[in-house]
Ligand binder design. Structure first.
Ligand SMILES: *Cc1c(COP(=O)(O)O)cnc(C)c1O
Length: 406
């Protein structure tokens, strides 16, 4: 017999550092878009491990790849070559505008690598003094000291000052502000093509095209943080493919190995050349185990018809959300592409999340008022149809309650 929900929660409060505002729910297993608590209650999962389990839970081929590789070779360090790692790097390069890949273990680490690479590139071409990286308001790039300094959100900085120097924050989707800010000290611009944690905010097409042009003109490296929106989430393998933008560096993590920890920093040759032996490293980067999981995951995402299905189902879901928005004045906006969708409410969304959880649906709320939907990319229209009536009912109830409390 496994532990009960109550036992797990009690033990967590006793032994685990209190860094997460967790939902009142323990989970023990999952299959596809479904997860189960210790008492056997079923939940339909529209959180997807925060855009991580893109192929759903317990994906048979990924599980098989992990099991087979675990019985063969888990880790040897990057002192040696391994087959899964080189095959994964080739797959990423052949399906992107990048030429080289650095593997690591998380989104923050992928961004650390990108930041170091941009600084090194600039140092070698122009010498010291050209080190600044421009990032956007409401961005999210990670929780290490450097990536939280790159993140332009006061609530994430609070209490950790002094921050790492060399970052300047600019309004998102404001090309004129960016043009003004690019000076002799700037070596890179870092952008999420769709801000995930920041509330599912999409970059404008003209904006990103302009940013890309500006970067090319001034030899400023363009870094796309696709940790959340890359690898099929938006309906294309990379989000940048939907824009007239040619990033020099692209960072990945979340969905890369469908739940095993892995990050990657992809770069075009010119930039990648700035790193040499000893420039950057990490013990666990690209182990045969996680590489095997990633290889199988990405082959699945790239298999014929898979991304078309993401586009089709994503459009269906967005249409449903728009219809819902048309029926209630408590929804401000519906945003997103593919299967990263956001519903901005006129009131805080925590109660909606909680009520839906009680009814067997997991969703997430970010920036206090934005319901964020990140289901597995394999989610079906029938599963979306199951969510919509309770979502609609709960929104109406919570909106009324919010009005009453005012
Ligand atoms: C989640 C996220 C990160 C941080 O990734 P970790 O794996 O938690 O370090 C960075 N950038 C974006 C856009 C993210 O969504």
């Amino acid at each position: 017999m496994g532990m009960s929900s109550e036992e797990i929660k009690k033990m967590a409060s006793e032994y685990i550092m209190n860094t997460y505002g967790r939902y009142d729910l323990a989970l023990v297993r999952g299959k596809g878009a479904l997860v189960y608590d210790p008492e056997g209650k079923e939940y339909l999962d529209f959180v997807g491990g925060l855009a991580v389990t893109s192929l759903g839970h317990s994906h048979p081929q990924v599980a098989r790849a992990v099991a087979d590789q675990a019985l063969k070779l888990v880790h040897v360090s990057n002192l040696f070559y391994t087959e899964p790692q080189v095959k994964l790097a080739r797959l990423l390069v052949e399906n992107s505008l990048a030429d080289k890949v650095f593997f690591c273990n998380s989104g923050a680490e992928a961004n650390e690598a990108a930041i170091k690479l941009a600084r090194k590139y600039s140092w070698e071409r122009y010498g010291p003094g050209r080190f600044k990286i421009l990032t956007m308001e409401n961005s999210f790039h990670g929780r290490t000291m450097t990536t939280l300094s790159a993140t332009a959100q006061a609530k994430i900085h609070h209490g950790f000052e002094p921050l790492v120097q060399g970052f300047e924050y600019l309004p998102f989707n404001d090309l004129a502000a960016l043009e003004k800010a690019v000076n002799e000290e700037v070596c890179a611009i870092m952008i999420e093509p769709i801000q995930g944690e920041g509330g599912v905010n999409e970059a404008g097409e003209d904006y990103l095209a302009g940013v890309s042009e500006l970067c090319a003109l001034r030899d400023v490296l363009l870094i796309f943080d696709e940790v959340q929106v890359g690898l099929g989430r938006t309906g294309t393998f990379f989000a940048y493919q939907q824009f007239k933008a040619t990033p020099d560096i692209v960072t990945l993590a979340k969905a890369l190995a469908n739940g095993l920890p892995m990050g990657a920093c992809l770069a075009r040759e010119e930039a990648a050349r700035a790193f040499g032996p000893g420039s950057h490293a990490t013990t666990f980067g690209g182990t045969p185990l996680v590489s095997a999981a990633a290889l199988t995951s990405l082959e699945t995402i790239l298999s014929p018809g898979f991304l078309d299905q993401v586009v089709r189902v994503g459009r269906y879901f967005k249409d449903q959300l728009k219809e819902l928005a048309a029926g209630g004045d408590y929804i401000k906006e519906v945003r997103g592409r593919g299967l990263i969708l956001g519903l901005e409410l006129t009131f805080p969304g925590a109660g909606v999340v909680k009520s839906l959880m009680n009814r067997g649906f997991l969703i997430n709320c970010t920036m206090e008022r934005v319901l964020r939907f990140l289901p597995p990319l394999t989610v079906t229209e029938a599963e979306i149809d199951r969510l919509m009536p309770p979502l609609s009912a709960v929104l109406a109830e919570e909106a009324a309650a919010a009005k009453g409390n005012r």
